[in-house]
Design a protein around this ligand. Structure first.
Ligand SMILES: Nc1ncnc2c1ncn2[C@@H]1O[C@H](COP(=O)(O)OP(=O)(O)O)[C@@H](O)[C@H]1O
Ligand SMILES: [Mg+2]
Length: 235
């Protein structure tokens, strides 16, 4: 049984199909990338999985259980953590308090999550004083604090410099390798996602056009045409 499975996931906003009949399976322990042009439905898919949006049709299963349409806090409690494309920590709360929002006040679990992203020296600092890179790490800590089996990451490498990107991909790999947490990662920064994910799913205009290893996807003519262009090559 896959850890997470989508069958025919479809989401309309008025007349616009943001997702059309998307099927996917994610096995426990995988790092899966989700890529595609702007507006292709990536964030909408994360929102449907995490309960922020209810799909118009189709089902989503977590460990075999149908979670379609459950409220976000229920889905979170089942073991699905997420980050948001635009980080929104509580600016006037400390790092630790921000992490504790996701643990129902469990200080130890929040501390552990903060340690995993190497922010322990900043636990008593207000979120608004963090650098951009540190805010991104706090987002990950908040996703980890729910004690997840899987985390959904939305463009966590955007805006980072090359050195920070290397640190970040290392952190994400460590979360999977050491904590055993499965990862579904939406990303535009190709050198981050293509070197970290084992499998890539490609969306275009709400439709899954292909999936495969980073190399397979990077060589797929339809993906090159829709998204990557000719310049991206994997050795
Ligand atoms: N809440 C919403 N209301 C109306 N349209 C939306 C909403 N969210 C997303 N869309 C539209 O759905 C499409 C997919 O958006 P999105 O999932 O954010 O794409 P991506 O994350 O791949 O850039 C876009 O055309 C976007 O404008
Ligand atoms: Mg998006």
């Amino acid at each position: 049984m896959p850890l997470l499975e989508g069958k025919g996931v479809t989401k309309y906003f008025g007349g616009l199909a943001a997702l059309k009949d998307v099927d996917f399976e994610i096995e426990e322990g995988e790092i899966v990338g989700l890529i595609g042009p702007n507006g292709s439905g990536k964030t909408t898919l994360l929102n449907c999985i995490s309960g922020v949006l209810v799909p118009t049709s189709g089902r989503i299963y977590f460990l075999g259980q149908d979670i379609t349409g459950l409220k976000p806090h229920k889905i979170c409690k089942l073991g699905i953590g997420r980050t948001f494309q635009i980080p929104r920590p509580f600016m006037n709360m400390t790092v630790l308090e921000n992490a504790m929002v996701c643990t129902d006040g469990d200080r130890e679990r929040a501390l552990e999550a903060v340690r995993h992203v190497n922010l322990e020296e900043k636990i008593n600092v207000l979120a608004k004083t963090l650098t951009f890179h540190e805010r991104r790490r706090l987002e990950i800590a908040r996703a980890l604090a729910v004690n997840p089996k899987i985390i959904l990451l939305d463009e966590v490498a955007a805006g980072l410099n090359p050195k920070e990107i290397v640190e970040f991909t290392g952190l994400i790999r460590k979360i999977r390798d050491e904590l055993g947490i499965t990862i579904l990662w939406v990303e535009h920064v190709m050198k981050a996602i293509m070197t970290t994910a084992e499998r890539i799913i490609v969306l275009n205009k709400g439709t899954k056009i292909t999936e495969g290893t980073p190399k397979e996807v990077a060589e797929n003519p339809e993906v090159i045409e829709a998204y990557l262009g000719e310049e991206y090559k994997i050795d």
